[in-house]
Ligand binder design. Structure first.
Ligand code: BTN
Length: 248
């Protein structure tokens, strides 16, 4: 994949910009990067706080020619790429919380928001990645639940080097996903990097209910399987997964 990088000092949301550019015909490989976002978006309609230079805020345009049922694997693939970069560049020990949050010691360091749109040139998926570089500007409600590369390594972070390595890893796993049996490979790669794959007690908050049980692998599409107390297997396509602690 050839990358074209478009940089902004300030923008509403790199995902919104990438979706707009895709609608206007942008090629696969367009990356929108911003120093700050004024309306950064998270999953489930949340805001992604995006202070200047406190994070890497980045969105990638993809025009995937894969079966529709495998599209959710693009987010799993992206989490795998982030995991590898954090491990290789900074010697961190990440974990992936289903589906695609990257954590260090149970604190979130990266979030991923994939969005789809139809364009004249076909379907587009924009993968938006936010990686916390610094914790100094975290609002109090994030201090307990989030961390940053700087906090974990006590190093100043070179955002360009991080971006360069991240795009390289994304291109690698995207190529793998498109290969024959690529979907199975991505699921395996995700599974070996995530403690949520199997045997984790979780509660999943869905729109109108919650499911509590033990994780037991992934479906073909990357959906999470959760076995409830009465032995029923629930398939989670979307939802907020929370780990149950001993005293919960
Ligand atoms: C999450 O809720 O965990 C997903 C957060 C995704 C944030 C990134 S930052 C770059 C891109 N632009 C956005 O508006 N959101 C994503």
């Amino acid at each position: 994949m050839n990358f074209t990088i478009l940089r902004f000092d300030s923008i509403d949301s790199t995902n919104t910009e990438a979706l707009n550019q895709a609608k206007q015909g942008a090629d696969e490989g367009l990356c929108i990067v911003a120093k700050r976002q004024t309306a950064g978006r998270g999953r489930h309609g949340r805001t992604w706080i995006s202070e200047k230079d406190a994070g890497l805020y980045f969105s990638l345009v993809l025009r995937p020619k894969i079966e529709n049922k495998f599209l959710p694997l693009l987010t799993l693939m992206s989490a795998v790429a982030v995991y590898d970069v954090l491990q290789e560049l900074y010697k961190l020990k990440p974990d992936i919380k289903w589906a695609n949050d990257v954590h260090i010691d149970e604190k979130k360091i990266c979030g991923i928001l994939a969005e789809m749109t139809e364009t004249k040139r076909g379907m587009v998926v924009v993968v938006g990645i936010g990686i916390n570089l610094k914790s100094s500007n975290f609002p109090p409600e994030l201090e307990e639940i989030a961390t940053s590369i700087e906090q974990e390594t006590n190093q100043k972070i070179d955002a360009d080097k991080l971006l360069e390595n991240l795009t390289r890893q994304l291109a690698k796993y995207y190529q793998i996903l498109k290969n024959e049996n690529g979907a199975a490979t991505i699921r395996q790669q995700w599974a070996i990097r995530s403690t949520y794959f199997r045997g984790k007690s979780v509660t999943v908050k869905l729109e109108n209910e919650s499911v509590t049980g033990m994780t037991c692998g992934l479906e073909e599409s990357g959906a999470l399987r959760v076995e409830t107390k009465n032995g029923e297997i629930k398939i989670i396509h979307a939802g907020v997964v929370e780990r149950l602690r001993k005293n919960d």
